[in-house]
Design a protein around this ligand. Sequence first.
Ligand code: NAI
Length: 249
Amino acid sequence: MKPDLEGKVAFVTGASRGIGRAVAVELASRGADVALAARNVEPALEVAEEIRAGGRRTMAVALDVADPAAVEAAARQVGDELGKVSILVNNAGITRDQLLLRMKEEDWQAVMRTNLDGTFHCTKAFCRDMVRARWGRIINISSVVATLGNPGQANYAASKAGILGFTRSVARELAGRGITVNAVAPGFIETAMTDGLPGGTKEALLGSIPLGRLGSPRDVAGLVAFLAGGRGGDITGQGIHVDGGMVMT
Ligand code: NAI
């Protein structure tokens, strides 16, 4: 059987490690050629090796998604080298945790620039070709804290909640062009982002997860690949949780 995503080109931000890496490898395993974007290109080159070994075309781009000119340049470069992107995964994200009263202006700005502005820049730059092709998939990585909130993460939660509103609005704008736009909201996933949590916090966390486990990057990647494929074609404007049941609606 022909792989679901054969002939498609995907662009994944923050693809050097964690969830982005798993998403890139999963999309490639389903037949897509995948461009990998990360601030630091060295680890992304390793991911590219893995994808090439599986028989797909790939390239790694050093990119700060907060820089709109750099995003436009990356879109041109990927278009020239791999072909027109029809699957965009806005995954790049950072935290700068601090209680509100101690949160510095720069902590707020840094998180907004990468998480929310970066999603805007990439969506704007990459959706043009999707509009022309009248087919596209945009998947934005939000978070469980967009819904639940989290002390010490006012900046991060606001950026991830912003992604949900952005997703719904753009989904409505682009629906007529055959483009779906969805958000995936992971709970607590075992990556570098959660490695730093102190022991006690991790145990308390597990107690708040109905399934009693941290998720894996592959759990998230499976849903992203489903939304990117043919069978996800009737789903748009949604925020779907992969969180062991932390949010049930
Ligand atoms: P990570 O810290 O392991 O990887 C983040 C990736 O984003 C790296 O490749 C990094 O180079 C890239 N990145 C960061 N800032 C960037 C920028 N300005 N421009 C380009 N690339 C940039 O993170 P992880 O855990 O894999 O998270 C991925 C996404 O999933 C993030 O958006 C995060 O907020 C979200 N998420 C993660 C959860 C978790 O428990 N790990 C839970 C909920 C959401």
